[in-house]
Design a binder for this molecule. Sequence first.
Ligand SMILES: NC(=O)c1ccc[n+]([C@@H]2O[C@H](COP(=O)([O-])OP(=O)(O)OC[C@H]3O[C@@H](n4cnc5c(N)ncnc54)[C@H](O)[C@@H]3O)[C@@H](O)[C@H]2O)c1
Length: 299
Amino acid sequence: MKVLVTGGAGFIGSFLVERLVGLGHQVVVIDYLTRGSRENLSRIVDSIDLIEADVSEDKVVDIALEGCHIAYHLAGMSQVMTSVRQPDLCFKYNMVGTYKVAKACVAKQVKLVFTSSREVYGNIERLPATEDDKLMAVNPYGASKIAGESIIRAYANTYDLDFVILRLANVVGPKDFGRVIPILLKQCLVNGPLTLFGGHQILDFVGVLDVIEALIQTQDTSGVTVNIGSGVGVNIVDLANLLKRLTGSRSEIVFADRRQEEVERFTTDISLAQKLLGWKPKTSLEDTIKWVIKSGITS
Ligand SMILES: NC(=O)c1ccc[n+]([C@@H]2O[C@H](COP(=O)([O-])OP(=O)(O)OC[C@H]3O[C@@H](n4cnc5c(N)ncnc54)[C@H](O)[C@@H]3O)[C@@H](O)[C@H]2O)c1
């Protein structure tokens, strides 16, 4: 198969591209290299077609999609706090970009797999979150993902777009940077302070290789929106202590004010993923963190 991966030079995208190449697929990547890099693809860069371009610009996706059977759309602004600082860019990349991808997929009759986020739920009261819960995003990033999902479902209803949407929880693995685990790990390694905002957060972490399996397993399913996570809630203080233990760090935990833009508590219900995709996570958080430490911290 010929496969398009937007955002394929990023953290999750580069693991997906490696896996697809390993399965023998021909892979085209569109990446603007805002957060992603060629280095992330260094092991397979000669086997793929890498287009350095912005998916929200006209014609970019249409040209890249030529001859493709499936498009994985991962490109976009991927961090909450960046979206708070740059909401215009967030909506351009995530909303307009997703609209351009959906439109091109309809025109070329290509299946679209979209990585949405647990941020669409915001601070819902009853956990774990199921796919039928209300979407109550509390930051521009979450709102842009709700918009992206809505565009895709509207295109499916109106123009017969074949799609799968995965709502990812917090993804963990090597090559990531600027998110809670790589930031805290970096501090652990220099015995620096571990700053926790609020200190009461509950997060749901899933290993990147488990996410890649879920993305691959979407190929036999259509027209569904599915949560992908571990289903396990991890308290942020317990996480900090786990990171200290695994690195042998003498770091101290310090508390700062809670950030209003961030979701306070989240765990995901993964029963639909088990039922529709035959998927469940195989790796524990502790093993994934050990792998990250062994691979070297990039942040
Ligand atoms: N990492 C997580 O915990 C997580 C959780 C939920 C959802 N997601 C979603 O999964 C996808 C991949 O996330 P990631 O962690 O690999 O993020 P990432 O930032 O590492 O990767 C995104 C990639 O998209 C590229 N990009 C950004 N805007 C672009 C544009 N307009 N045109 C072309 N390329 C562009 C970046 O250069 C980067 O390589 C994103 O859509 C993100 O919102 C990630």
